[in-house]
Unconditional design. Structure first.
Length: 326
């Protein structure tokens, strides 16, 4: 199912929106998770098993990383990232790797490794890097491990960005997984953006993409230079952002974070400041500006270079620990 499909626009999306607003707040994550599973199964029936197994295993790994001792934490994050990347490589790059090996060994030994033709699960790159983002944020101590399996599942397989992105880091969106408020203005802006993207997809991208497909079907040696450039231009226009709602999530969180950043001296620097101060200097004690429930607050924190995380954050306006913006 794609976002420009009539089934999605006229049936699936209206049904999900209606169910979401009818359901009590405590059940809205469940509505979105079920909708995301249906959306995924619609295009990849068997692959949903891989997705759910991966979600279950990595949810448990996140809990283990958060509570483990430093040495074991390092081992857990190393094996977790390696394991997730291995899954991605197996499903996405096995045929590519075997083809390259065959191009070397076949001329020498006149023998080819048979290609296994492993089916590619939809959105495997996106949900793999979402998982790695979550595990790394938990390991570094800049985000608390998600206690709700339902909320974690939603972060991984949320259907608006499951198969087309963007990759949204866990820390900026963690709070919205538990509680979020949707105003009429939000709904109106989202609908307008979706309609504009849908129009671009149907009226511009699809017709131009058809021209590009015909050009790419011709051998490059048979195409004049102008036709090659036309094919490239058609492809560029075709893959421009369409009706995907995912970028809105990233934009909202980028605006929120950019309002409150720290430079490498721990001073408030506003938009465009560096997010790498903590890792560049790794001071024992540093001062900076943190984001607490959408508001800026002066704070002090201690960086533990052995554990790679911030500890003992003491805010001038709050007493509880919160996240340092990097």
């Amino acid at each position: 199912m794609v976002f420009s499909n009539l089934t999605f626009v006229c049936l699936f999306l209206p049904a999900v929106i209606a169910a979401y607003f009818i359901a009590p707040k405590s059940a809205r994550n469940l509505v979105l998770v079920l909708a995301s599973v249906v959306f995924y199964v619609w295009g990849a029936r068997i692959a949903i098993v891989l997705v759910l197994v991966s979600v279950t295993v990595n949810f448990a790994l996140g809990q283990a990383i958060a509570t483990a001792e430093p040495i074991r934490r390092y081992r857990l994050i190393s094996w977790s990232v390696a394991g997730n990347l291995l899954v991605l490589i197996i499903f996405k790059y096995t045929d590519f790797i075997i083809d390259n090996i065959n191009s070397i060994v076949e001329p020498i030994w006149n023998w080819r490794i048979p290609a296994p033709a492993i089916p590619l699960p939809l959105g495997i790159s996106f949900f793999t890097f979402h998982i790695i983002s979550y595990l790394v944020d938990v390991y570094r101590g800049v985000a608390q491990p998600q206690r709700s399996g339902l909320a974690f599942t939603l972060y991984i397989i949320n259907f608006p960005q499951l198969i087309a992105g963007p990759i949204v880091r866990y820390r900026p969106i963690a709070g919205q997984l538990e509680e979020r408020t949707v105003s009429f203005n939000d709904f109106d802006q989202g609908l307008a953006r979706f309609a504009a993207g849908l129009a671009k997809k149907l009226l511009i991208a699809n017709p131009i993409g058809a021209v590009g497909d015909q050009l790419f079907a011709i051998a490059p040696s048979d195409l004049p230079i102008w036709a090659v450039w036309l094919a490239v231009l058609c492809l560029r226009i075709e893959i421009s952002p369409g009706p995907n709602q995912g970028p809105v999530i990233a934009e909202q969180n980028d605006r929120q974070q950019n309002d409150c950043e720290i430079d490498c001296h721990g001073e408030f620097a506003g938009n465009g400041a560096s997010r790498s101060c903590l890792h560049a200097s790794e001071p024992e004690i540093n001062e900076g500006i943190i984001l607490v429930d959408g508001h800026c607050s002066e704070t002090q924190y201690r960086y533990d270079s052995d554990e790679g995380r911030a500890h003992d954050i003491v805010s001038h306006s709050l007493t509880r620990r919160t996240d340092v913006l990097l």
